[in-house]
Design a binder for this molecule. Structure first.
Ligand code: NOJ
Length: 554
């Protein structure tokens, strides 16, 4: 077994929105196959596909009705096999989403389970009796609003769902559930996939007794108290590793909500045989405010630097980081952490530099390599995502004006990441009306434009990805943050026996001064977003300038 995933860059594909080959308005697997040459040109090593299984799509595929079947909207199993084969021919690996904290309520397991207490699937989910007054078994809220419990008259019981009521939680305490999941994982791995991204895997073990959460926690996430990093989560993952993962040369990345860097070590320390890496959320929480994620708050660069540094330091010897700015649940990184107006291109390149030079495996979310920004939908009726739709209602009932809500949705809705990928003229995703509206920015920000412009974010990302292949220090060098008092420039060093890198990233829209450390005077510039030449002394960084300087140890 090798740890090829440490050297890889992963590209995330949101299949519904990537490329529609049969012109029904929904992206599909043949659409991905068509675009393999594009992905090869970018140079990515692994594709992570969001769920493509049969699903009623209440939560866009994170509600799986049949783990063994491909959603016909996306194609057939043969299409998927063809994708695997053609990607592998190009040395591109494929990982799938593994969603096993919960299923769809249309899954056969749940349909059986809800019928009664004495069938094979009765104990597959988390059922509890009502309290004496008929109310819910505990006070947990669910992520998409309302209680985490729904009552089923046939069983005269409630079932637990940490997400929508159509997403009942599986009962991992039940050995049979675990074995059923492992069998399904083997099926896909035997088919040739190269690993899994594991949806909310930190939530699979619930605290015994499902205790009430303290009253002061935000209702929609108070279940973290009894469900995140629960008492058996590591035991379950070690079992999964022993029974399945250790038999395959695969990448595993756990989505670990509510997990600290100390806890992440437990998930990713190779000696513990659990996961390759986890997705952390600390940097995603820096701009939360009064309405949690749905607040109009800007992050502070010093907080970002502290968080990223904490994770780099903690996992230095005992684990591995995954690195990301954006995914299908987050707004676009350029809007959130950069400047999506005048310096969109410069700041997108700067953010790419900061992330790709860190220690860990970088993830690129589709469109990030174009510097896509959040979507200026004209109307709130353009939103499709269950979370956004529920939130719009909640903010309306909190008395916010339509204008305020529009601004917040622009900054935070998951749909910012889910609009169709802008191909040729910006609308080349499909000849049909897409399932979700295009971004009106597509005319200026699209693949065709990017490929024809040598200064585009695309070519810069390609170079960042290539550097990883030619400079081992990017993979194994120790990370050291520098100048921690600087409020505009995020500056760090990477170092192994052969080489040192100095990474300089300005978060300022104004020019700022920066003093190069002596040992990097006039050394080679590996990459920079303003074509900077070797330099020394104090320099003036341009808006959102990024520079990587290399010094070979002689
Ligand atoms: C995390 C996924 O990324 C998100 O899209 C989904 O809504 C929840 N987990 C529930 O599966």
């Amino acid at each position: 077994m090798s740890d090829w995933w440490k050297k890889s860059v992963v590209y995330q594909i949101y299949p519904q929105s990537f490329n529609d080959s049969n012109n029904d308005g929904i992206g599909d697997i043949q659409g991905i196959i068509e675009k393999l040459p594009y992905l090869e040109e970018l140079g990515v090593d692994v594709l992570w596909l969001n769920p493509i299984y049969v699903s009623p799509l209440v939560d866009n595929g994170y509600d799986i009705a049949d783990y063994y079947k491909i959603n016909p909207d996306y194609g057939t199993l043969d299409d998927f096999k063809e994708l695997l084969e053609k990607a592998h021919e190009k040395k591109i690996r494929i990982i799938m989403d593994l969603v096993v904290n919960h299923t769809s309520d249309q899954n056969q397991w749940f349909l059986e389970s809800k019928k009664g207490k004495d069938n094979k699937y009765s104990d597959f989910y988390i059922w509890r009796n009502p309290k004496a007054d008929g109310s819910e078994p505990n006070n947990w809220g669910s992520t998409f609003g309302g209680s985490a419990w729904t009552y089923v008259p046939e069983r005269k019981q409630y079932y637990l769902h940490l997400f929508a009521k159509e997403q009942p939680d599986l009962n991992w305490e039940n050995e049979q559930v675990r074995q059923t999941v492992y069998e399904m994982m083997r099926y896909w791995l035997d088919l040739g996939i190269d690993g899994f991204r594991m949806d909310v895997i930190s939530l699979i073990s619930k605290r015994p007794g499902l205790p009430d959460a303290p009253k002061d926690l935000p209702y929609s996430k108070n279940y973290y108290f009894g469900a995140s990093n629960g008492p058996r989560v590591h035991e379950f993952l070690q079992e999964m590793n022993q029974e399945v993962l250790s038999k395959y040369d695969c990448l595993t990345v756990g989505e670990t909500a509510n997990t600290t860097s100390d806890q992440a070590v437990l998930y990713t320390d190779p000696d513990r045989h659990e996961l390759s890496m986890v997705f952390q959320f600390d940097h995603m929480h820096l701009d939360y405010g009064e309405h949690g994620k749905f607040s109009n708050v800007r992050f502070k660069m010093s907080d970002l630097r502290n968080v990223m540094t904490e994770w780099e330091d903690k996992l230095e010897n005992h684990g591995w980081n995954s690195l990301y700015w954006s995914n299908h649940d987050q707004p676009r990184g350029t809007t959130r952490f950069g400047d999506d107006g005048m310096y969109r291109v410069e700041s997108a390149k700067m953010l790419g530099t900061l992330l790709h030079m860190m220690k860990g495996t970088p993830y690129v979310f589709e469109g990030e390599e174009l510097g896509m920004k959040d979507v200026p939908f004209k109307s709130l009726t353009d939103y499709r995502d269950i979370e956004s739709l529920n939130m719009i209602k909640e903010l309306e009932s909190d008395g916010l004006s339509q204008e305020e809500i529009r601004k917040i949705m622009y900054l935070r809705s998951r749909d910012n990441a889910r609009t169709p990928m802008p191909w040729d003229d910006g609308y080349g995703f499909s000849e049909a009306e897409p399932w979700i509206a295009y971004s009106s920015d597509n005319e200026n920000i699209n693949v065709n434009q990017a490929l024809n412009d040598p200064e585009s974010v695309f070519w810069y990302y390609k170079k960042l990805i290539q550097l990883r292949k030619t400079h081992d220090v990017i993979i194994d060098g120790k990370y050291e943050v520098l100048n921690q008092d600087d409020s505009c420039v995020y500056n760090y060093k990477r170092q192994n026996n052969d080489e040192q890198l100095l990474v300089i990233c300005s978060f300022s829209p104004e020019p700022v001064r920066f003093t190069i450390p002596d040992e990097f005077f006039d050394q080679e510039i590996l990459i920079s977003n303003y074509h900077r030449k070797p330099c020394h002394g104090t320099i003036i960084l341009k808006p959102y300038e990024a520079i990587v300087i290399s010094k070979k140890n002689s």
